[in-house]
Design a binder for this molecule. Structure first.
Ligand code: UTP
Length: 329
């Protein structure tokens, strides 16, 4: 693929949202720090950025920034203790998160929306294209979406969003794109974006192609964001700024989309979070075999219970007898 535009080198990871869907877990902990098996969600995201060649990472943090900063910093006391114990395996695991390239931080004092979070990155990013990875959105490391998007941005310039097909009945829950062919037969996963709508009214979505949490953006998006008024939910929406860019390519180049058909988990949603943990645990070499066996048993006994069969010991469940828990003699 001929390279005609400068490639993005920096990644911005917004992680300052309130995470209200996950309360009370997110009352004092950022949702991006919730563990997916044994790593916080945000570590997968930072690893994705650095694996794609973006080793300058700016995290946009909020009121609970301490946990995020500590996680990507050295933990000298813990490391010393593990060294003394000779526990090399755990030592490597502790160090891994502090050796992922340079992580910088900027604070979004008041979480006024994703568009506002991206605008907070302007002084660090400057006038180069840059990637945005939402800190609660996991893309399976084997699916290489970000690398593909960086290649497409380098080929066409402008900005690139990632789209995923969703059930048309659920399109109103996402930002949705109107698209046309990009006119390049070699890139059949690439479309040209002509319009974007944040959470359209049910039945009015321009397509069932939903925007997911990966972007490669032209720096002109900052000029547009500065004048973008609050939109859906009273928040400054990145989708609204991208809509303006898509409508007028003279502002900052075209907006293209890569259609993603791989594995993705929105860990800010409780159901998807649980699915992510189960799926990734099943695939792990160390935990997978035992966990799968337990899960198969659990699913079978759960199905039996739903069908009215007794579960567990094989003994019939006796009903009608009073049971006293924790009563003193
Ligand atoms: P969400 O749309 O999931 O919003 O943000 P939220 O407020 O965090 O979560 P809910 O809906 O209340 O549960 C998508 C990403 O953008 C970041 C979030 O941290 C998340 O990674 N974000 C959102 C910010 O950094 N700042 C904001 O003002 C809003």
């Amino acid at each position: 693929m001929p390279a005609t535009f400068p490639r993005a080198r920096k990644a911005v990871i917004p992680a300052a949202g309130l995470g209200t869907r996950f309360l009370p877990a997110t009352k004092a902990t950022p949702k991006e720090m919730l563990p997916v098996v044994d790593k916080p969600a945000i570590q997968y995201v930072v690893e994705e950025a650095t694996d794609s060649g973006l080793d300058d990472v700016l995290m946009v943090t909020g009121r609970n920034k301490r946990a995020l900063e500590d996680h990507f910093d050295r933990a000298y006391e813990l490391e010393q203790l593990l060294e003394l114990k000779g526990d090399k395996e755990k030592l490597l695991r502790v160090r891994a998160s502090s050796e992922l390239g340079t992580v910088h931080y900027v604070r979004q004092g008041n979480p006024r929306g994703l568009g506002h979070a991206v605008l907070c990155a302007e002084p660090h990013v400057g006038d180069q294209p840059f990637a945005v990875l939402l800190g609660d959105d996991l893309i399976d490391a084997r699916d290489r979406l970000l690398t593909r998007m960086l290649d497409i941005q380098q080929r066409y310039g402008g900005s690139v969003v990632a789209l995923m097909e969703v059930d048309p009945d659920r399109a109103h829950l996402y930002g949705c794109a109107a698209v046309r062919p990009a006119g390049d037969a070699e890139q059949d996963d690439v479309l040209r974006v002509t319009d974007l709508v944040e959470k359209p009214e049910p039945g009015t979505a321009p397509s069932n192609l939903a925007v997911i949490g990966r972007y490669v953006l032209a720096p002109e998006v900052f000029d547009v964001l500065r004048r973008t008024p609050p939109g859906r939910g009273g928040e400054i929406q990145l989708t609204d700024a991208l809509r303006e860019l898509a409508a007028d390519p003279s502002l900052g180049g075209p907006v293209h989309a890569v259609v993603f058909r791989g594995r993705r988990y929105d860990t800010g949603d409780r159901g998807e979070y649980l699915r992510a943990v189960v799926r990734l645990a099943c695939e792990r070499e160390d935990l997978g075999p035992d966990f799968r066996a337990w899960l198969a048993d659990f699913v079978a006994s759960d199905a039996a219970a739903t069908n009215g069969a007794p579960v567990g010991t094989g003994e019939p469940i006796r009903t009608g007898e009073p049971v006293t828990v924790g009563q003193r003699a």
